[in-house]
Design a protein around this ligand. Structure first.
Ligand code: GDP
Length: 598
């Protein structure tokens, strides 16, 4: 086809991404799938992409035949294969973004069957769900189940039937544990062949990236999911290309290039494209479009690439053009059709990017991430946790970030912080942040990063409230312990039990009839001066004032802290969450005493 024709439509293979905790076997699983299925060639399909691998459905059918019959999918699968994203993990998935959604159509969440849910499992799940795409669980390392007898590349169900009963039992237990974790999260899951409703239950496929068992099942379930959910989503036109920049990299002889996943339309050599950089939209002209050569056409390692005049969605393609060094991964990229307004496309890109890069004067945190995709995932996550964001941007932590955070800190010390996700903090910036007292939180795992911050937030908040509370005289009630009068006057020194609330040096004591007794000078516990004594403690106190034991007060008397009325009212209204019910009751009693003694 020489000319783009927007009226033609086609369906692209679903773009499929693999996510999960570190070391669960994501990389090996992808390698095994590629090794097992990519060798089959399909006429008319590009088999080699940049950053993606095409898994032809025909190849899957060869080993999945019994499964297809069992699940009544034989001859009914209309997708022509899958485009597996070569780089597994959170970052790649995050960058496969488009306005309001995902460029990835399907996800495989890999869990180590012998370990079950791990930290990043939750994070991957959050990410998948925030993008709202269908997914399947690969319960990997099946071959590690004690006693498992491998059957190379066999479907799981076939191999499972050949196992001893006790081995089957262990597999079931492991699956049950995974199901239980999903249940705890309010989701339903089951071994894939027992799933009754794919809209409501997460299918779990046991796999081994080492023996290849379960890979057929995995791809059949993915096909099943695309049959159900994806047909319209997979529609591609042959209009102007739309894609996302997955990666920006320097290539010898070519300069800075962009690896792009084109999810719709056509892109041609010479096309004007618009994408996004940190300084704003970038427009440039495509100089070259590069694809890897099919393996069997590669004569020597130097001869790895082929240069295309045009490519059609869906495709992973390397673009060579000027100005790409400015571009951020995760940025949209659009072909500007001839005759269309460049300004309009610039505006479009700008709008899309400004949805992710936030700049406000709100009291909130400063969020930094390495790519537009990870930043978006971060902002979505922060919002879901109710954490306000003042600024969200791509790139290393900068002086401006520190200044922004310090401005917030003046108004609200708890939000005057920087959360750095997968980005660097240059040494001088770190020192500057210390000078401003701005805290920088860093972690490579998003939910850990946010957890560290929220933990700190809670601690600081408690401290701040304590500091605030300290400005007010708090209620307390004591009894003078009989037999513990150490000095009768000037000052009185007695042993007391704190019956309720708290007492501190400087607090004034009064009797049950409202008459003032004197001021607490010192509190001692086992001979040591202390700054407060709480309910349940027995301590010695000295009381200064015109007071004598046997006159104004005597052993066994109960005394109250004389809480000024304004303090009592503030405590009862603004700090009611910090007071116990007993302290509230005591405050009321103190107020009543004071009012009736006036
Ligand atoms: P990733 O961090 O999730 O990409 O994990 P890798 O693919 O790098 O695998 C981590 C380790 O687990 C490697 O040593 C793999 O060889 C091993 N591994 C991965 N999948 C399997 C599997 O299915 N069975 C067994 N026995 N080992 C596996």
């Amino acid at each position: 086809m020489s000319k783009a024709d927007a009226s033609l439509v086609d369906y692209r293979p679903p773009i499929t991404v693999v996510v999960g905790h570190v070391d669960v076997g994501k990389t090996l699983l992808l390698d095994k799938i590629r090794g097992t299925f990519v060798a089959y060639r399909e006429p008319g399909m590009i088999t080699q992409h940049i950053g993606l691998s095409f898994i032809p459905w025909g190849a899957v059918e060869k080993i999945a035949d019994p499964l297809l019959a069992k699940f009544k999918l034989k001859g009914r699968v209309w997708i022509r294969g899958f485009l597996m994203v070569d780089t597994p993990g959170h970052a790649a998935f995050s960058n496969l973004r488009r306005r309001g959604g995902s460029v990835a159509d399907l996800a495989v969440l890999v869990i180590d069957i012998t370990r079950g849910f791990e930290e990043q499992t939750y994070e991957s799940l959050t990410l998948i769900r925030s993008r709202n795409i269908p997914f399947v669980v690969a319960a990997n390392k099946l071959d590690r189940i004690y006693g498992w007898e491998p059957n190379e590349n066999a479907p799981f169900l076939e191999s499972y039937d050949k196992q001893r009963e006790d081995v089957q039992g262990r597999v079931e237990e492991a699956i049950a544990r995974i199901i239980e974790e999903f249940n705890k999260l309010g989701m339903d899951a089951d071994r894939y062949d027992r799933v009754r409703d794919f809209n409501a239950q997460v299918p779990i496929v046991p796999t081994s990236a080492v023996t290849g068992e379960g890979l057929a099942d995995l791809l059949v379930v993915l096909a099943g999911l695309s049959q159900r959910f994806n047909r319209e989503k997979l529609r591609v036109t042959y209009g102007p290309g739309k894609g996302v920049v997955m990666e920006i990299r320097e290539e010898k002889g070519w300069g800075v290039t962009g690896d792009v996943v084109l999810y719709d339309g056509v892109i041609r050599k010479g096309d004007v494209v618009v994408t996004a950089g940190l300084e704003g939209p970038v427009s440039t002209r495509v100089k070259m479009l590069v694809l890897p050569k099919p393996l069997n056409e590669m004569r020597d390692p130097e001869d790895r690439y082929m240069f295309m005049d045009e490519v059609r969605a869906a495709v992973g393609v390397k673009i060579i053009a000027d100005g790409l060094d400015q571009v951020v991964p995760g940025a949209p990229i659009f072909v500007v059709p001839q005759g269309a307004s460049l300004d309009e496309y610039m505006k479009l890109v700008k709008e899309e990017v400004s949805e992710v890069r936030i700049e406000t004067d709100k009291e909130g945190v400063v969020a930094k991430a390495d790519t537009l995709g990870t930043l978006e995932a971060m902002v979505i996550y922060l919002r879901s946790q109710g954490i306000p964001v003042r600024k969200a941007d791509v790139g290393n932590v900068s002086r401006r970030d520190v200044v922004e955070a310090s401005i917030v800190k003046k108004k609200n010390p708890l939000y005057g912080v920087i959360l750095a996700f997968n980005v660097k903090v240059p040494h001088d910036i770190e020192i500057e942040a210390m000078q401003y007292g701005v805290r920088i939180f860093r972690n490579e795992i998003l939910y850990r990063l946010v957890e560290e911050f929220t933990q700190w937030y809670k601690e600081q908040k408690t401290k701040l409230i304590e500091m605030e509370l300290d400005k007010y005289i708090r209620p307390g009630k004591i009894r003078i312990l009989p037999g513990y009068v150490f000095r009768r006057s000037n000052p009185v020194i007695v042993g007391v039990a704190v019956l309720e609330g708290v007492i501190k040096p400087g607090y004034t004591l009064m009797r049950g009839d409202g008459k003032k007794v004197g001021t607490i000078m010192q509190i001692q516990d086992k001979g040591k001066n202390i700054q407060e004594a709480r309910k349940g403690m027995e301590v010695a106190i000295s009381i200064e004032g015109n007071v004598m034991i046997g006159r104004q007060i005597k052993e066994g008397d109960e005394l109250y802290i004389d809480v000024p009325e304004e303090h009592a009212i503030t405590l009862m209204t603004q700090f009611k969450d910090q007071l116990t019910e007993d302290e509230m009751a005591l405050l009321k009693e103190i107020l009543r005493i004071k009012r009736s003694s006036k």
